[in-house]
Ligand binder design. Structure first.
Ligand SMILES: NC(=O)c1ccc[n+]([C@@H]2O[C@H](COP(=O)([O-])OP(=O)(O)OC[C@H]3O[C@@H](n4cnc5c(N)ncnc54)[C@H](O)[C@@H]3O)[C@@H](O)[C@H]2O)c1
Length: 375
């Protein structure tokens, strides 16, 4: 079988650092290669193609779908575009890797999943927190009663000025002058879809699906500035929510304009006999069998395809891992545990939290998903 040819949609921060940087290592070239790249910013796709040796470059996505020599796409554009671009790829018969978050709404996620089934194409939706051995191990520790009765959990993240400050955006040429303002001024912006999504995937990788949500939400920082250009904040940037998993088992989840009380992407769990805080159990490092030398729960080196040079690169290697989940699924026919159904449930939580904040009513979640038993 020939290598899967991937089309990269968007040559911004993650298209460059997560997709191209890792694809161009070439160690999996018998399984996957970068086939084409597209970006609407004039000259960016061409510059990225030249830098990373990608055979085809386009400024128009639909043209890439029509004329690109590709089997699959990795969608590396602003979140509000993911649904339309994903659906167009499915219609063109391409397999799709979605960077987080797959869609903005549950209805969009439902539509993608249904159409992908009809067209017999595969969907993998980041972030694949379910692959992290710590999450599986923590699930087992809780099931085995190490924390006694589980009482509550917490996770979340603070926006701060992470995107304004990303190193990849600081230069002046077309590959570095990448405007991040969509993160705060467009549909699908805000810290829940961008950052809290990691903690929500980790939390639900341990506890499974949630049942109900309520929240308070608003815009705390009214405008942000990138390279001297100020734009209004157009989506909530400060949301605190409460989730119910079972009777009287709750989680506090936040996507704040600034500030954080939990390790990034690594929930805190409290039980009657103890607690887990990130990768610590009752103050001691959690040692996952087979990973004795690597203690950090979010170490990318613990992911199955983050080997050799990918581990050395380190940054955004989880995006490379999720791309490889799609590649393996397409090539080997073995479904990845990084499912669109899991992403759909997290999207349901986020959308329902916003609705709860708007209406003042607790929201019942409509979706569910099944954790892969092998994880
Ligand atoms: N930046 C990060 O640290 C990071 C990390 C992990 C995942 N992600 C995810 O990756 C995705 C992209 O984020 P980013 O930070 O790379 O954004 P970015 O703003 O850096 O890059 C987006 C790119 O998409 C291009 N684009 C916009 N509209 C387009 C269209 N219609 N067709 C083709 N190209 C188009 C833009 O020109 C830009 O180059 C998001 O889903 C984000 O949540 C980002």
């Amino acid at each position: 079988m020939k290598p899967i040819r991937i089309g990269i949609v968007g040559a911004g921060s993650i298209g460059l650092r997560g997709a191209l940087q890792h694809l161009s290592v070439g160690d999996y070239a018998d399984r996957v290669v970068a086939g084409a790249i597209c970006d609407v910013t004039p000259g960016r796709a061409q510059a990225a193609a030249q830098k990373f040796g990608v055979p085809q470059a386009f400024e128009d996505y639909e043209q890439m779908l029509r004329e690109g020599d590709i089997d699959a796409v990795t969608i590396c554009t602003p979140i509000g575009l993911h649904f339309d671009q994903g659906m167009q790829a499915i219609e063109a018969g391409k397999h799709v890797h979605f960077n987080k978050t797959m869609t903005v709404t549950l209805a969009e996620a439902d539509a993608l999943i249904a159409r992908a089934q009809e067209k017999e194409v595969r969907l993998v939706a980041s972030p694949g927190e379910v692959l992290r051995p710590h999450n599986t191990h923590i699930r087992r520790l809780i099931e085995d009663g190490e924390l006694g009765q589980l009482i509550w959990a917490a996770t979340g993240a603070g926006f701060g000025t992470y995107h304004e400050g990303e190193g990849v955006r600081q230069g002046d040429d077309v590959l570095q002058n990448i405007d991040p303002s969509w993160y705060w001024n467009s549909r699908g912006g805000g810290p829940l879809y961008d950052m809290t999504v990691y903690g929500l995937h980790a939390l639900t990788s341990v506890l499974g699906p949630a049942r109900r949500v309520t929240a308070l939400s608003g815009i705390a920082i009214k405008e942000r500035t990138f390279k001297g250009k100020t734009s209004q904040t157009g989506c909530d940037d400060n949301t605190l929510m409460l989730l119910e998993f079972q009777e009287a088992l709750y989680a506090f989840v936040y996507g704040a304009a600034a500030g954080s009380i939990t390790p990034f992407g690594a929930p805190v769990f409290f039980g009657t006999k103890g607690s887990i805080n990130g990768d610590m159990l009752n103050g001691q490092p959690i040692v996952v069998p087979g990973f004795e030398q690597m203690q950090s729960g979010r170490s990318n080196s613990m992911l199955p395809h983050v080997t050799g040079q990918h581990a050395v690169i380190g940054e955004e290697a989880h995006v490379w891992e999720d791309i490889m989940q799609l590649v393996d699924w397409v090539r080997d026919g073995v479904p990845s545990p990084v499912t669109a159904e899991h992403a759909r449930h997290v999207i349901d939580i986020i959308e329902s939290a916003y609705r709860a904040a708007q209406t003042g009513q607790v929201q019942e979640l409509q979706s569910t998903f099944t954790l892969s038993t092998s994880q």
